[in-house]
Design a protein around this ligand. Sequence first.
Ligand code: SAH
Length: 267
Amino acid sequence: MSKEQKFDYDRGMMAGRVTLVGAGPGAVDLLTIRGQRVLNQADVVVYDDLANAKLLEFCPPEAKRIYVGKRAGVHYVPQEETCRILIEEARKGLHVVRLKGGDPLVFGRGGEEIAALAAEGIACAVVPGVTAAIAAGAGIGVPLTHREHASAVVFVTGHECAGKKPDQATVDWAALAKTGATLCIYMGVRRLPEISENLQAGGLAGTTPVAVVANATLPAQTVHVTNLAAAPLLSETLKGQPALIIVGEVVRWAELQQTMAALQLAQ
Ligand code: SAH
């Protein structure tokens, strides 16, 4: 792809474009083929910690790499700065790839990036990715839906942003407790005690099965199967690791999977 600046005569401005690419949950081969093709055509790639750094090898060697994550808490790029970088690079007439962990539009602030680009009239496309909940479910053999046990799945954040105004959507854990849906909780490890308490106050039994999958699909993956009452104990153990909490009857399949694996080993 040409590195020269291009002019969009229709809009009377320097052209350029941004593609938000879902990096998938961690394992390199869970990137989509389309995602790989787009990375292959990148002039600039903007990435953070949740995207596996090995994916950068799909970019042309000359592509500019811009890191916008946190490095041991030392370096943190605020969202506005990330948006500013995307706009600035696209305005040079370049194809900017914004590589984001999982799916770019699931708890990834992808919506804010799309809005910022739209406000500047910069073309933006999205390549979906395998989101952490789906990867965690698959990794432990848990069907997130089941004809008899779960007719709905909820993707919910356990970490609401501080300073939310009262009229902004907040998580109603007591209402979620009554849905019978499988709950897939992102960013919830630190708040597990609070979440467990609120779900139980809403009517979910303390014996409701819970699985917590940290670093899903990576060699460092760990799985803890417990129940809602005991789950807060994991808060400290898993502190600082990306982990997905699955709450619901379907988690019993994780145990089934373990039994089957043991049977296979025994054969
Ligand atoms: N856009 C991402 C989510 C970003 S929010 C996606 O679609 O997956 C970050 C949260 O995602 C983490 O706190 C954790 O709850 C979850 N997460 C991301 N990668 C994960 C992984 N490999 N294993 C378990 N949870 C993960």
